[in-house]
Structures are given as structure tokens and as C-alpha cells.
Design a protein around this ligand. Sequence first.
Ligand code: COD
Length: 304
Amino acid sequence: MIKNFHDLYAHLSDTDPLRVAVASADDEDVLRAVQAAAEKKLIIPVLAGNTGKISGILKNINYHFTGEMVDSPDPETTAEICVKMVSSGKADILMKGLMASSTLLKAVLNREWGLRSGQLLSHVGFIQPQNMDKIIMITDGGMNIAPDLNQKKSILMNAVEIAHSLLVDNPMVAALSAVETVNEAMRSSVDAALLTRMNERGQISGCTVDGPLAMDNAVSAEAAAHKGIKSPVAGNADILLVPNVETGNAAYKILHYFSNARFAGLIAGASAPIVLTSRSDSSESKQNSIALAAFIAAHKRRKT
Ligand code: COD
């Protein structure tokens, strides 16, 4: 089981490097992350975007890059070039650089040359809080804006699949709301209860789901005990399923700015792993995301 980012890097020591197409690589944090991952022999990067700007940053950070660079006039074209590299098999992993998430995701969803798999694609944020020896996933704070019940089920299953590849056999999923009881006026509480029932009846498998749970009961056994909540998930969640993109995005960024946690972000459910972090994420978070994508890609290869 990969409990923390330290474990993750230790498990990656014997994997072959994978080719990563970096879309709009003209950013110092992105290039520092790519440099660190390439030096660890996790990846072979291909840098796409404004090559003049990229070369300037490479020089500033003393990265003597000798690999492939692809020049492109604008973010839309860069996104298309990089997505096509991955869908044609020339690269194994797609990475968002300095561009809006929606620009990259629109290219990913292209029907002809995108990275659709027939499944819903969703964002998974990874948080290793300073006070816990585990990685908690939060989903979806980056792609699906206002998912309905079926989409929440798909988002949940995408995260469960990642948990399995991190060797967490039966992840604990907290379906979050603002309350622990069903309130018809609060759609998230109704959906959380339905997802819990679907899990009990085998419509959702490979995990234990409970909800509605508020954030405190999901991650703090003390808070759950205080409220008299008895649940295997309460205080023990591996996956936090949030009701909408605003909740997930705000939770991730609040933790980012007010705590010393470690972070990563990926898009799940596509035909290849996609590194998708916020432009303001640190180079360490971007490097963690590359490492996770490489681990998941290697895990998939071993399975096929
Ligand atoms: N998985 C699979 N297919 C999808 C998904 C998905 N998550 N979302 C849309 N599709 C398909 C639809 O079925 C349709 O066939 C086609 O794609 C277009 O659907 P639209 O019109 O709803 O999608 P777009 O292209 O207008 O927008 C898709 C985005 C992912 C770009 C959009 O949902 C978005 O902007 N999401 C939020 C991104 C963001 O800003 N995140 C916050 C910062 S990290």
C-alpha cells in the first residue's frame, strides 16, 4: 500500500521512464518539476509551447535540456499537439503546464483525436496532511462542474480505481455534505445517502461508501464519536467525494494555503494518465503528480 509520497517514490525506483508531453511548458515550477522527475529517471519529457520562452526559463534554472521541444503559437494548438502525441502513442502521459484547465480538457475530450475512454473523466486531488501518514483523495474539484447522481457514481469509481492501483484494496469513501442526516433541501445529502445504499446493494463495489458525512466526521474519529456517528468510514476516509467543483476546488486550495500538506492532482478515467494541477501549485506538487501518473501508468501496464 502506498501510504505517502515517500512510499510512492520508493516504489518507482525500478520502473522504466515514461514519455510525458508537457503542454505549455513555459513556467518555472513546471520545468523544475519536470527536471526533478527526469533526473530521477521517471520520465522523458517533450516540451511544447513557446520554445523561446521555454528555453529562457531552462537557462535561468540551469536545466540543460537535450530532449524534444515543439514550438506552438497558442495554448489551443499546444493542447492539440500534446493530446495527439498521447493518443497516437508517441507519449504515455499528458501534463498541463501554464494553460487554463478548460483549454487542455476540451482537447482531451475531442472526439477524433482526444483521450476519451468511454468513461466519465474526473479530477482527483491528492492530499497528504502533515498530521496523517496517508494520502487522502478529494474528487472532483477540477473537471465536472455540477455532477448528477450517475456522474457522482462514475467520479467515485474513478477514484476507487486509483486507490486500487495505489494498493488500497477497500478504500473508505465519504460522500460529503454539510450534514450527517438526509435533508431533502440539500441535494448533496440525498445523493450521498443514495450512493451509500448503492454500495450496500453492490451497485458500487470495491470500496465502502458512507454518507452523508460532513468533512469533520469524514476525517476525524474524535468529531465522529462526539456526534455519535458509527461508521467504518467516519474518521477514516481515503476518498472525499464532494458535491461540486466549487467545493472540491476550494477545499483543496484552502488546505494548500493554510496547511503544510503535500499535494498532487490528476485526471482519471481517460485513456492515459493526465497530470492536472493548478497553475499556482508548487513545483513539488507538480512533481508528486508526475510520480503518481507514472506509478499508475506502470501499474496499468503490469495488469495488461
Ligand atoms: N467526461 C467525459 N466526457 C465529457 C466530460 C467528462 N467529464 N465532460 C464533458 N464531456 C463530453 C460531453 O458528453 C460532450 O460530448 C462533450 O464532452 C462536450 O461537453 P460540454 O459541452 O459539456 O463540455 P465543454 O467542452 O464545454 O467543457 C468541458 C470542460 C471539462 C472543459 C468543462 O466541464 C469545464 O470547464 N470544467 C471545469 C474546468 C475548470 O475550470 N476547473 C477548475 C480549475 S482546475
